[in-house]
Ligand binder design. Structure first.
Ligand code: NAD
Length: 489
């Protein structure tokens, strides 16, 4: 079992608390590593290191093209070490290697190259004001030190979405991964030694949301926060940030609808809907966990969903035959069990029971399908963040849209139909940051993602993803200075 230190100013440190947090391998239900339980002193060290790198170090003064070359090196090192990092992440949160390593080698690391290229192309502008004899220009500037707070379901993927644009914008960062899965982020710092990064550019503190995350958000030298997690944690972090009127980006949860229209290609829709939740054991923010089906087709479609989902091989994520891995940690495993029991107690009909599937040791729950509830029930409204879907009938397309939007969330939605015009019209009416038509789960560095409503605000990826890590400055330059005496005698 390895005991980790936290990373600040280019060095490794024991936590001031002298305390560590056990990190479990959910495939076995065994502790396999210990990560520091950092407190405000540790956070201050990390933030001061980042601030030093930005204020006095090379980073704040570096030419954009050179900054781009540094970011390119990060992409190269991650690509080279993708297998090692993917394996660590699998041990730490149970995600299947095939759902980590290929992305790390492709579109996720591509974001470093995408944003590296943007460093010297992000242009300011000259503003066409009517004020005579004035040059008014707009500069995009970094905040300085940003806090990047990430969730446990996909620590590296979530981090990369923030890290590449934050650095390209010119910021130094302090990263706080989840207390349930910090090891891959710490290992990333270790492999990045070979990228020869400026000291203090990247810093990682580990610990709990309340005792580590909140003081990080509250640190006066942290000027912006990018948060990925659930609504309660996001709300608490945003409240702390609000005390100093600090900008935040919130990437929160979802209860995303998958609308199967009656003219859909049913094989495509059933496979797509199943693939949109179960392969990641439902632990993806955009998982399509509410399946809306025309009432005339409910029996046919639920039978087909159950048939496909019941074939999933639930097991050890390191076994190449496994199709659905474990729940990522013990508290969450208990929560998913509680959610299933609550749904049963509320009268939901269990069509496929994933409890007891998979190996005895470890935190396994297989695909679970419910029906027999309306859209206003807890099962249909609250994020389970596990392999649990609910199938709900709708009477007509207006009702399908109404139900799709009738939740506090607005992260993603799927529409399955052979009528493209109808799909486009429906996509306009859906309140979600991403809408998929006849596909699900696609993502690309160029394509901004984020939430409507309580799924969050701000965007990741694309130009917008970089703008979130910058603010504008308007500079007025008098071209023919002429300042008359304001108080002539
Ligand atoms: P969480 O909110 O419990 O924790 C997320 C991170 O925030 C952790 O690092 C945690 O320690 C920290 N944190 C918690 N409370 C905090 C506080 N008061 N101040 C500062 N930091 C705090 O979420 P989780 O359980 O780790 O992750 C699951 C959730 O994340 C799900 O709701 C899922 O949908 C969401 N998620 C969203 C996206 C997205 O891009 N929208 C991506 C992945 C996961």
């Amino acid at each position: 079992m390895k005991t980790y230190q936290y990373y600040a100013g280019g060095n490794w440190h024991d936590p001031a608390t002298g305390q560590w947090i056990d990190s479990e391998n959910p495939a076995l239900g065994e502790v396999w590593a210990r990560v520091p339980d950092c407190n405000a002193d540790d956070i201050n060290r990390a933030v001061q290191a980042a601030r030093g790198c930005y204020d006095q170090g090379p980073w704040g003064r570096m030419q954009p093209a050179e900054r781009g070359r540094v970011i390119t090196r990060i992409g190269d090192v991650i690509t080279k070490n993708a297998e090692r990092l993917g394996e660590v992440e699998t041990r730490d949160n149970g995600k299947l290697p095939k759902n980590i390593t290929p992305s790390l080698k492709s579109w996720q690391t591509d974001s470093f190259y995408y944003y590296a290229g943007m460093c010297d192309k992000f242009e300011g502008s000259l503003l066409p004001t009517e004020v005579p004899d004035m040059l008014n220009y707009l500069r995009w500037e970094p905040f300085g030190v940003c806090a990047l707070i990430t969730a446990w379901n996909s620590p590296l993927g979530v981090l990369i979405c923030k890290l590449a644009p934050a650095l390209a914008a010119g910021n130094a960062v302090v990263i706080k991964p989840s207390e349930h899965a910090s090891v891959s982020t710490l290992e990333l710092m270790s492999v990045l030694q070979e990228a020869d990064l400026p000291e203090g550019l990247l810093n990682v503190v580990t610990g709990y949301g309340k005792s580590t995350g909140e003081p990080l958000v509250d640190h006066p030298d942290v000027r912006m926060v990018s948060f990925t997690g659930g609504i309660p944690g996001g709300r608490a972090a945003a409240e702390v940030a609000a005390r100093q009127v600090k900008p935040v980006v919130m990437e929160l949860g979802g209860k995303s609808p998958q609308i199967i229209l009656s003219d859909a290609d049913m094989d495509l829709a059933v496979n797509g809907v199943i693939s949109g939740i179960f392969p990641a054991t439902g632990q993806s923010c955009i998982s399509g966990s509410r399946i809306l089906v025309h009432q005339s087709q409910i029996q046919n479609i639920t039978e087909r969903l159950v048939d496909v989902a019941s074939r999933a091989r639930v097991g050890d994520p390191l076994d190449p035959a496994t199709q659905v891995g474990p729940i990522a940690n013990r508290p969450h495993y208990d929560k998913v069990h509680r959610d299933i029991e609550n749904a049963l107690a509320a009268g939901a009909e269990l069509l496929l029971d994933g409890r007891g599937k998979g190996p005895d040791q470890g935190y396994y729950i297989g695909p679970t399908i419910f029906s027999g509830v309306t859209n206003d029930t807890r099962l249909a409204q609250e994020e389970v963040f596990g392999p649990v879907v609910v199938v709900i009938p709708y009477a007509d397309e207006d009702e399908a849209v109404r139900m799709a939007n009738d939740t506090v969330y607005g992260l993603a939605a799927g529409i399955w139909t052979q009528d493209v015009n109808k799909a486009i019209r429906m996509a306009e009416r859906i309140q979600a940051g991403t809408v998929y038509i006849n596909n699900y789960f696609n993502a690309a560095t160029q394509s901004p993602v984020g939430g409507f409503k309580q799924s969050g605000y701000g965007r990741e990826a694309g130009f917008e993803g970089m703008r979130c890590f910058m603010h504008t400055k308007s500079v007025w330059l008098a071209t023919n200075p002429n300042q008359p005496d304001p108080f002539p005698a």
